[in-house]
Ligand binder design. Structure first.
Ligand code: NGQ
Ligand code: ZN
Length: 463
C-alpha cells in the first residue's frame, strides 16, 4: 500500500520555472496533491531529496523483445540496410517465448527507469507462438509485458499492434511475420480482454497501434478506430524508410503522412512514430494536427532511416516525444542530444531546437519531451504540479557533469555534457523504484537475465 508522503527539494523544476525549498505532497493514489515553494524549513516528516527534482520522462516507443538483439546486428554482411536488419529480427522470433520475453522486458524496464524513463509506450506486436498459432491465452505475450512493467515499477501504456499485411495493396503477411498477424475481429477481442485487465492495474493505459500503412489497410484502420473510441492513444509507424514512401506513392498516389492526414482525423491522441520522410507541406500539416511525432533518434540512426525534419516541424509548432524503440540506447538524454545534433550537422549551426522564448536548448528539448511524451502515453505526467502523477527524478547535483550548474544550465549539462547519467533516484506514481542508482530487483534478476540473453544470442544471426 502506498503511503502519502511529502518530498522536500532545494531545487525543483515546476511548470513556471525553477523553485527553491519546495515541498511536494503526494497522495496515496500516486498523484501530486500540492506543491509549495520558498519554505523556510522542510515540513515535519518530509523526505529531503538528494538532488534536484525534475519530472520523469515518458518513453513513447518501445519494442521490448528487440533488446535481445541490440548490438548483434553490427557485423557487415554486404549492403546492410533497414530491411536486412529486419530479417535478422525475424530470425530472433524463432526463439523468444513468453518466459524469455518476460525476463528481457523486466530487465529492460529497470534499465529504462535507471536512466529516467518513468513510463513506456510498448508497441507490442509479438503475439503468437513460434509457429504463428495463438497461445491458449491469446493475450499471453501481452500479459508478460504487463507483468514485466509491474515488476519493474514503470508506468505502462500498452499498445497491442494490429498487423495484417506485408505491404501496401493488402499483400499477404509473410512467413517471417506469422507471430504478428490478426484479423480485425481477433485483434479487437485481444484489445477488449486487455482493457479488462488494465482497469485493475494502477497507472496502466491501453491504446491501439496499427503497425503501419504497410501492414494495415485504410478499412482495417477505420474498423479499429471506430470500435475503441476517440480518446485512446493511437500510435502508428509511418514513413520510416524511403521504400515505404515509394510503395505508398505507387499504390495511393500520395506519400504516407499526406495520405493518413487526408483520410483520418489525426488528433492530439495520435503518435506518428518516426515520420522521417516528409515533404514541407506534410511537416506543416502534421504539426497543425497537435499529434505527437514519436522520435527515436538513436534507433533511426542505427537503422539508417534518415533525419526527421525537426527544425521545420518545431518551427510550425509541432509536438514530439522520444522513444527507445530497438533498445540500442536506453537514455532519454542521449536521444535528445542526438536529435539536436542531427540538425546541427545538417544546418552547420548550433542551438537549433530551443523554442522561441526558451533560451536553454537542453531545457527546451526536455520540456518538449515531457509534454509530448505525456500526450503520447495518454497520462497526466511530465510536470510537477497538483493533479499530475508523481513520476519524478532526482538528479545528482554532485555528479561531475553537473558541478557548478544550476537552473536550466543543469538541464543543458544533463543533455549535452553527461556521458554517465546523473539520474539518482526515480519515483513512479508516488513510489520510489530506483534508489541511489539501483533498483531493488536487479541483483536477483541479473543471473536469470544473463542466462536468457546467452540463449537468445545464439539464435540471432544472419538468415
Ligand atoms: C519495428 N522498426 O520493429 O518497429 C521496425 C521494423 C517494420 C524499428 N524498430 C519493422 N525502428 O517496419 O516492418
Ligand atoms: Zn517501432
Amino acid at each position: 500500500m502506498a503511503e502519502s508522503r511529502v518530498l522536500y527539494a532545494q531545487h525543483a523544476l515546476l511548470p513556471e520555472g525553477w523553485a527553491r525549498n519546495t515541498a511536494v505532497a503526494i497522495a496515496d493514489s500516486g498523484t501530486i496533491d500540492s506543491v509549495r515553494s520558498n519554505l523556510g524549513d522542510a515540513p515535519p516528516g518530509a523526505e529531503t531529496t538528494a538532488g534536484a527534482l525534475v519530472p520523469g520522462i515518458p518513453n513513447c516507443h518501445s519494442h521490448a523483445f528487440q533488446r535481445a538483439m541490440a548490438g548483434l546486428t553490427e557485423t557487415r554482411q554486404g549492403e546492410d540496410n533497414f530491411w536486412s536488419w529486419r530479417e535478422v529480427m525475424y530470425g530472433l522470433l524463432q526463439s523468444i517465448g513468453p518466459d524469455e520475453l518476460g525476463v528481457v522486458a523486466t530487465q529492460l524496464y529497470i534499465d529504462m527507469l535507471k536512466r529516467g524513463y518513468t513510463g513506456v509506450a510498448e508497441f507490442h506486436y509479438l503475439h503468437h507462438d513460434r509457429n504463428g498459432k495463438p497461445y491458449a491465452d491469446p493475450a499471453e505475450m501481452s500479459r508478460r509485458v504487463l507483468d514485466a512493467a509491474q515488476m519493474a515499477g514503470i508506468q505502462l501504456t500498452l499498445l497491442p499492434v494490429l498487423y495484417c499485411h506485408s505491404d501496401f495493396g493488402g499483400k499477404p503477411a509473410t512467413e517471417g511475420q506469422r507471430r504478428f498477424v490478426h484479423s480485425v475481429n481477433d485483434y479487437l477481442a485481444l484489445y477488449h480482454a486487455l482493457a479488462a485487465d488494465i482497469r485493475n492495474m494502477p497507472g496502466a493505459r491501453l491504446g491501439v497501434a496499427p503497425h503501419s500503412l504497410r501492414a494495415v489497410t485504410g478499412d482495417e484502420l477505420e474498423a479499429v478506430l471506430s470500435s475503441v473510441g476517440e480518446t485512446v492513444p493511437v500510435h502508428i509507424h509511418i514513413a520510416e524508410q524511403e521504400r515505404e514512401v515509394e510503395a505508398c506513392l505507387a499504390t495511393t498516389g500520395q506519400r504516407p503522412v499526406a495520405w493518413l492526414l487526408d483520410h483520418f482525423e489525426v488528433s492530439p491522441h495520435w503518435c506518428l512514430v518516426h515520420a522521417t520522410h516528409m515533404e514541407a507541406a506534410e511537416t506543416k500539416a502534421l504539426a497543425a494536427t497537435g499529434a505527437v511525432a514519436g522520435l527515436c533518434p538513436t534507433t533511426e540512426a542505427n537503422l539508417g532511416d534518415g533525419l526527421f525534419p525537426a527544425v521545420d516541424y518545431l518551427g510550425h509548432g509541432g509536438q514530439f516525444a522520444v522513444g527507445s524503440d530497438s533498445q540500442v540506447c536506453l537514455d532519454p538524454a542521449q536521444e535528445l542530444r542526438l536529435l539536436e545534433y542531427g540538425q546541427r550537422l545538417t544546418y552547420q549551426r548550433r542551438n537549433l531546437l530551443a523554442r522561441p522564448g526558451r533560451s536553454s536548448n537542453g531545457g527546451s528539448l526536455l520540456r518538449d519531451a515531457w509534454n509530448g511524451g505525456a500526450r503520447a502515453l495518454g497520462v497526466e505526467t511530465g510536470a510537477i504540479r497538483p493533479g499530475a502523477r508523481a513520476d519524478l527524478l532526482v538528479l545528482d547535483e554532485d555528479h561531475p557533469g553537473l558541478a557548478g550548474r544550476s537552473g536550466d544550465a543543469l538541464l543543458d549539462s544533463w543533455i549535452f555534457a553527461c556521458d554517465v547519467s546523473p539520474v539518482r533516484d526515480v519515483m513512479v506514481g508516488g513510489l520510489w523504484q530506483v534508489h541511489d542508482g539501483s533498483h531493488p530487483l536487479e541483483a536477483e534478476l541479473s543471473e536469470h537475465f544473463r542466462a536468457v540473453m546467452a540463449g537468445l544470442s545464439q539464435t540471432v544471426g544472419i538468415p
